[in-house]
Structure formats: C-alpha cells, structure tokens
Design a protein around this ligand. Structure first.
Ligand code: FAD
Length: 384
C-alpha cells in the first residue's frame, strides 16, 4: 500500500486531495526508485517532465483553453509539496517551469504568444527556463549587464545569465535584458527565446551541493537575434514584470520547503520509533520527542502562512509581503527541520542509505533561490 499521509492536519478539498494523491503516486512510482542515482550522477531526467505534463503538472495554473490544468494555488502547492517530499530536485524544476517561465508568458504575453507557446509547455513537450540572474547581479538584479538593442523589427541580445534552472536543457526561455541605462528599473524588457535560435547557447553546468537532479546552467547570448514579436509586454516593463512573477514564485518555494520538511519529518518520526538505545526507542527520550514536537509545530505554522498567501493569490490580491513571509519562514524552517532530522538519525543521518542526508543538502537552496532570506526581509520590512 502506498502511504500518502505526511505532516499536517490541514484540511484539503476533494480536488486538492486528488492532486496531492496523484502527485504522490507519480513521485513514488516514477521518481523514488531513481532519485539517489540521479543525485549521485547529477542527472537531469528531462523525459520525466513529459510524463508530468500528461498528468497536468506542467501547466497547473494555466487555463484549460491554453492546454493547462486550470487549477489554483492550493492545488499547485499540493502538487509541489507532494513531489518535493520524495525528491526536492524534481519539485524545484516543476516550480521553476510553472511559476517562472510559463507563468511569465501567461501573465504578460498577448493572445498570439499564449497560443503559440503555452500548449507545448503545459503538455510537457517543452520545458521552460527563466533568466534574470547574472554572475554579478543576483539580489541586485536591476544592475544586470545583458543588453537588448532594437534593430528594425528585431532585437539583438548580448550577455550571460547565470544559475538558470534548465539553462542547458530548456526548449524555451524567458529572459530579461536591459534596453537602456544600467540600474534603471523601467529600462528592462522581457523576451521569449526558443532553443535553436542562433546566438543562444548554454555555458557552464553547475556542480551543486543539493538539488542535483535539477539542472542549473548558464545561458549565453552572443548577438542573438530575437523578433520583436517575442517581446513580452511593453518595452521597459521587464523588471517590474519579474518582480510580479517572483511574488507568485515565492509561494512555490514555500511549497517546496514544506515538502522537504515533511519528507524529513516523516523519516525522522519513523526512525525515532524504530531505533533503540539504552533499551528503548529513542522517541521515548524527551530530548528527541521535543525535537519532533518543534518540527511538527514549525511545519504547521509554515503551512498556515503558505495557505494564506495562496488564498490571497487566488483572490487576485497583492501577495508581495505575504509571499515573502511564507517563503522566508518555510525555507528557514525546512533547513532547521532537515538539520534536526539528521540529528535524530545520528550517524545514520550522515550517510546516503537514509533519505534525510539528501533532504538536508537540498533544503539550503530554499533560503537562496528566488530571493535570499535577507532579500525577503527587505521586501517585508518595506511594506510595514
Ligand atoms: C540552484 C539554483 C537555481 C536557480 N535558478 C534560477 C533561475 O531559474 N533563474 C534565475 O534568474 N535565477 C536563478 N537562481 C539564482 C538565485 O535567484 C540567486 O542565486 C539569488 O537571488 C541570490 O543571488 P546571488 O547568488 O548573486 O547572491 P548575492 O546577491 O551576491 O548575495 C550574497 C549574500 O549577500 C546578501 N545580500 C545581498 N544584498 C543584500 C542586501 N541589500 N541586504 C542584505 N543582504 C544582502 C544575500 O542575502 C546573500 O546572503 C538560482 C540559484 C540557484 C543556486
């Protein structure tokens, strides 16, 4: 029998439960047997995303008319959470595809652009990448160097994007480039670039601490010619669009964090009941049971923050602050919970035979990607 109960007692609707259960079955059948091998070899299982597409996981938030699943944020969170509780790398890739590249085209693309690209991405035929970060500008994305110069009906793009999820294997990318002076938030523009476009190639593939089955690579633009019809929204709106995309994206990192924390918690709870020292299961020691109590409480708190941000997003409200709070708390929480899960396993937590070793390595990305914890605090404090 497949065990799908993890973590919290928060009630799900029938649809959310259905999404959660099917994501869990997918993760257990298609990911669990292979994830340690993928991690070891740092293998990005691109084919898996076609299968994820057939289940609707590659277009969760996109209306049915564009080939999507037409779901809301709660269902999306449930899907990311379930898959990340088995393999966070795959959760990260699904989050990057859905929340960043796909959502950028949906939110800011015109009808022609939506019809042209969304169906292929929702079916999983194409996987997307989203390029904002550069070598010298991560948190300070506004100061990017990549430039886009207008040339008749085309744009010529030059520059390199760094740390991009699916930077090498993507079939399509949304990138932000500067069309004016450096550092000006209204002088950046977003473009869609298809794989195979002349002047678009990939650079270094990063060798990472965790999230190793989620590809992270440079995207290089060398006199890359992109038609003006590939521009998303108005000239000069690219940076502002990106900030809006990240508002929603942060909810997906909160969901990713919840999946990791629940996967680690579940493993630690099981182990603490099985492992005996001094003649009794270690859960009978208050030093261990208090850790588990704190872990469960923190997971529940993160669920509530994520649920509130998802409610607000579904209602079309501004989630800049609430998304940042959910991401900040859930990501820091998942690092703490994974750390304690390793501690509860003792020496066995430090070896690769138990899943907590990988959760611990994977968890750290959540406090960095889509804005570090420090940047989330800047976002939240600005709004106070
Ligand atoms: C696995 C992975 C996948 C990623 N995927 C993508 C992707 O798909 N697309 C994309 O565009 N990017 C992606 N990124 C990039 C990611 O968003 C950046 O790494 C992140 O925003 C931080 O930027 P940085 O690494 O340049 O760190 P820096 O900005 O150099 O920060 C270094 C440190 O300084 C702190 N800091 C910076 N500014 C301030 C400040 N004003 N106040 C206080 N502290 C500050 C930071 O919090 C951090 O602790 C990915 C990164 C990783 C590791």
């Amino acid at each position: 029998m497949i065990d799908i109960e993890i973590g919290s007692n928060l009630k799900m609707t029938e649809t959310q439960k259905m999404v959660f259960d099917s994501a869990m079955v997918f993760a257990i059948q298609e990911i669990k047997p292979y994830f340690m091998d993928w991690d070891e070899k740092q293998f990005f299982p691109k084919k898996l995303f076609k299968d994820a597409g057939s289940l609707g996981f590659m277009g969760m938030l996109i209306p049915v008319e564009y080939g999507g699943s037409g779901m809301g944020y709660h269902e999306y969170v449930a899907m990311i959470e379930a898959i990340s509780s088995i393999d966070p790398s795959i959760g990260l890739s699904l989050a990057a595809h859905n929340s960043l590249s796909l959502n950028h085209i949906y939110m800011f693309g015109n009808e022609y652009q939506r019809n042209k690209w969304l169906p292929k991405m929702c079916s999983g035929e194409w996987i997307g990448a989203w390029g904002l970060t550069e070598q010298n500008t991560g948190s300070d994305a506004k100061n990017m160097d990549t430039v886009a110069k207008k040339d008749g009906d085309n744009w010529i793009i030059n520059g390199t994007k760094n740390f991009i999820t699916h930077g090498k294997s993507c079939d399509i990318a949304v990138i932000i480039a500067r069309n004016g002076s450096k550092g000006k938030s209204h002088e950046m523009t977003a473009f869609v670039i298809e794989k195979g476009t002349e002047g678009f190639s990939s650079g270094k593939v990063e060798n990472k601490l965790g999230m190793r089955a989620s590809e992270t690579a440079e995207m290089v633009f060398d006199n890359c010619i992109v038609p003006d019809t590939n521009r998303l929204g108005n000239i000069g709106d690219g940076f502002i669009q990106s900030m809006k995309i990240l508002d929603g994206g942060r909810i997906s990192i909160a969901a990713l964090s919840l999946g990791i924390a629940q996967g680690a918690f579940k493993a630690a709870l099981k182990y603490s009941k099985e492992r005996e020292q001094f003649g009794k299961p270690i859960i009978n020691f208050q030093g261990i049971s208090f850790k588990l109590a704190e872990m469960a409480t923190e997971i529940e708190a993160a669920k509530l923050l994520t649920k509130k941000a998802s409610d607000m997003k579904n209602e079309g409200k501004n989630v800049t602050s609430q998304g940042a709070m959910a991401k900040l708390f859930a990501s820091e929480m998942c690092v703490r919970v994974s750390n304690e899960a390793v501690q509860i396993h003792g020496g066995y937590g430090y070896i690769k035979d138990f899943p907590v070793e990988k959760f611990y390595r994977d968890s750290k990305l959540c406090t960095i990607g889509e804005g570090t914890s420090e940047i989330q605090k800047i976002v939240i404090s600005r709004d106070l």
